[in-house]
Design a protein around this ligand. Structure first.
Ligand code: BJW
Ligand code: ZN
Length: 251
């Protein structure tokens, strides 16, 4: 992979960086993506599972789907893509990582202050009184558990279609996208809003928007540059360039 002179300059000059990640960054850890050839939703239809009506209609089925995914993410490890983002954070003073992923792998890799737009599958709460559910209750339940305080169903702390994103998280993401000079868009198909509007927002505010994906996406025509390949290979390369260029500047 060749890094153009222009991109090299962007990587070396960037003072404020915002990274938006999607399911593709965790693919190399063994977490299935949602869409595409290997997509999770080839087998499970999203409209049947990722909305609150589906949960109320068939809570045990939805619970089972999340139990399966919770097990998958607990058995995998962060990959070089996740670790490269941790290194990038250590290089850049004003750095924000925004993720659509619910798998907790960025935090497990060591990223700090991760902005989670779609929640986190490792947390669960009661739909009636909103108290968090204990790990023990979640682990032992094959069927949807009920809250020990009020008897309400326990649900995963994720954002389903038709639900609002956590307002503070989205505000932080918008702030970071509007003030950064380099915006990286990694492993997302860019079809789910409002997250998919962040690259555009960054570009309108003057940032260089770099997409990293295994294939071209809906976002590609609207970004500054797309690098096609695996996030776990491209991100470490970008970090190496950033380090080289910053080292040169200091010497
Ligand atoms: C690699 C790789 C490798 C593979 N290296 N790359 C504006 C226009 C139209 C619709 C809307 C709109 N605004 C809102 C909507 C409605 C809706 C929406 O966006 N619908 C569209 C799908 C049409 N949005 C919402 O409902 C949102 N809420 C909202 O807007 O509230 C306001 C409102 C309230 C009431 C009514 C209406 C609006 C909420 C969205 C919540 C999304 N939730 C999910 C599920 C989370 C829980 C769970 O995990 O089960 O979030 S959906 C699912 O998609 C998940 C993901 O975070 C999200 C994005 O997917 P992502 O990450 O992009 O993954 P993939 O699989 O799509 O792509 C993977 C990519 O990786 C591919 O491109 C591969 O090529 C690539 N790849 N391997 C690099 N190794
Ligand atoms: Zn409760």
């Amino acid at each position: 992979m060749t890094i153009s002179k222009n991109l090299r300059d962007r990587l070396s000059d960037a003072e404020s960086v915002c990274v938006l990640t999607g399911a593709g960054i965790s693919a190399e850890s063994g977490v299935p993506t949602f869409r595409g050839e290997q997509g999770l939703w080839k087998k499970f239809r999203p409209e049947e599972l990722a909305n609150v009506d589906a949960f109320m209609r068939n809570p045990d089925l939805v619970w089972e789907w999340y139990s399966y995914r919770r097990k998958v993410v607990s058995e995998v490890q962060p990959n070089p893509g996740h670790f490269a983002i941790v290194e990038m954070q250590n290089l850049i003073r004003d750095f924000t990582l925004v993720t659509q992923n619910v798998d907790n792998l960025h935090s497990r890799a060591g990223s700090r202050g991760v902005v989670e737009l779609h929640g986190n599958i490792t947390r669960n709460y009661c739909i009636r009184c909103r108290r968090p559910a204990s790990e023990e209750l979640v682990q032992k339940s094959d069927k949807v558990p009920v809250c020990s305080h009020c008897g309400g169903f326990i649900r995963p702390d994720v954002v389903w279609f038709g639900e609002l994103l956590p307002p503070r998280a989205y505000e932080e993401a918008e702030d970071a996208a509007s003030r950064c000079d380099l915006f990286l868009c990694v492993g997302t198909s860019g079809v789910v809003y409002p997250a998919a509007s962040l690259p555009q927002m960054a570009k309108e505010h003057g940032a260089f928007v770099l997409e990293i994906n295994a294939e071209y996406t809906d976002l590609s025509p609207r970004v500054s540059e797309t690098l096609i390949g695996k996030a776990g290979e491209i991100l470490p390369l970008l970090v190496r360039v950033m380090k080289e260029e910053r080292h040169h500047e200091q010497t």
